[in-house]
Design a protein around this ligand. Sequence first.
Ligand SMILES: Nc1nc2c(ncn2[C@@H]2O[C@H](COP(=O)(O)OP(=O)(O)OP(=O)(O)O)[C@@H](O)[C@H]2O)c(=O)[nH]1
Length: 623
Amino acid sequence: MLLNLVQLARGFTCAAHNPFINSRARQLLTITDGFSPAISSLRYDTNTQFRPRGHLFSSTTYESSPVPITVLSGFLGSGKTTLLQNMLTNNEGLKIAVIVNDVASVNIDSKLVRGRTAARGTDTEGDELQAYTDDTNVSMALPAGIVQLQNGCACCSISGELLTSVSELMTLSDMRQDDEKFDHIVIEMSGVAEPRSVRNIFQEAMMYDMPLMERVSLDTLVTVIDCSTYRDYLQSSRLANVLESPELFYSNEEDRKKAEEDDGWMEGMSSNLVRTLAAMDEGGFEGGVCDLLVEQTEVADVLVLNKIDIGELESTKQVVAALNPRAKIIATSFGKINQLNEILQYSKGEGVAMGGIVDDHKDYVAAAEAQKCSDPECTDPMHAHDHSHSHHHSHDDDPFDGQSNDATHCADPDCTDASHSHSHGHSSEAVAHAGIGTYVYHARRPFHPSRLLSILQKLPVVRGVPTGESSDNDDMDIRTKKTFQQVLRSKGFCWTADSNIKALYWSHAGCSFEMQCLGRWWATLPKELWPEDAKDSILDDFDSMDHDEAASIPTSSTVGDRRQEIVFIGPGIGFADSQAILKRSLDSCLLNDNEWDTFRSLRGDEASLACFANRLEMRMMTY
Ligand SMILES: Nc1nc2c(ncn2[C@@H]2O[C@H](COP(=O)(O)OP(=O)(O)OP(=O)(O)O)[C@@H](O)[C@H]2O)c(=O)[nH]1
């Protein structure tokens, strides 16, 4: 059963978006009343699970190599359609088929794209295509290899239709002459789509050996960013506005109309109240605009920074590079790219398309570590340093964390020792104008849930963190509060003292926070059950190769892969003293020695929960 779970956990990671595995995965998890391992489609998993299917691509069934798919995401109005129109106009001889998703029942974008291709005389396939017209109006093939997906978002409410549309295009391609077959498929997602969900749809299709995946492959994920609004939206705690963007709140036009008829009285209301009510509407969009922008930025191989004619290129570039250090960045005006290969087949399926949330996290940690300045003479406070010299306040004797490898060793904000080579006391203006920096917090003890809550309440979040009573830290100094308020994004592995089993994932973007349960810590599973080719990678996260889980409670000093490994991103977070503040505050949430002894004497999660109650809501990871 456990082995089954190891296999099925991959399915479960994206179960929420896939009805046909949803119930099965849930059932198994219910039967075992436990947690699947926290693998969450690790890259090594996807390698073993997905790569071998590469031979299927060259199977005798289909001689041609799979048609690469590029997914275009980006917030409402960022310029996706404009970019796509440009790509179709300057197609460099490639036969590009297109799927356009719009949540409204009238698919304006597909009309614009169709207009562009029709103008170039490529809509000659009308007769063929009528066979694919769908009465339900959900998916409708149009001339020139365009399928429109409407009346819902292809990453969620009509996710099942996405692969059907791809399949329709491949059938259409088969009907064409050899030199007219499609070379490439581009999917333009709606402005509210989450690219991670789209990736999951394709990964699941591969995992379940869908024959379609022998013919197509998810290749490159592209996100278009509107430089004229991006920073404002990201830094404000702006909620989605039902009046401006009804598609964020209603899954289809019919629901919207119904809500309008029922709730015509909303018109006279303050937009604030309308927003709140709409967000509460079941099935509506509950997140802030910021959450969506962050996800669209993070899950991309290529970021197209558009509208540079009216927007802020440099500052936007700085933010997106911090949020996604792996992506290639292209600056455009009206979506004009130089060459199609800047976007099409850029990643050749080796980038984000193959990854998972744990890969994403590991890449961030690696990027943050790489940002550290290695110049021992450097005194630039913007740089993260490891060179703690002979600092008397080093955290070397830190009982919680002998492993913190961040800039904090020499960064006591209260230190006045002139011999130290770091700079303190940046003015708040300096911090406000500081570049976006990154800090990774490491520790090997669990957080005390109520102390953690009091820290989370200092983040600039309005959703996901319970308010009200928490352990008191109101005496927190202003600089500490300001530092937490500066954090734009934080995420990573988290261990709270209410469980010795659950691997948690902390995810905060702008004004939203969420703690998700990834599954079990690997240490809680016998090594025989670890995927053979993932063992090295799993052990990388262990505090000792010799960790013995059987002896770990209460005698052993090692904890396996249980850890805090949380990335913080925000303006001024690159400053050594900001990092010291974060570290000091988070360290104060870890169990102290007495609590740690108590924790280790407890048997089982029930006892842990009784002793260290946790008010934070936790959701099972669904991607
Ligand atoms: N000034 C300026 N306007 C642009 C640029 N790119 C696109 N636009 C305009 O911005 C508006 C939105 O562009 P679209 O391409 O429709 O954006 P989209 O991302 O497809 O929008 P949705 O389908 O609503 O998500 C249109 O009026 C475009 O003409 C640009 O680089 N500069």
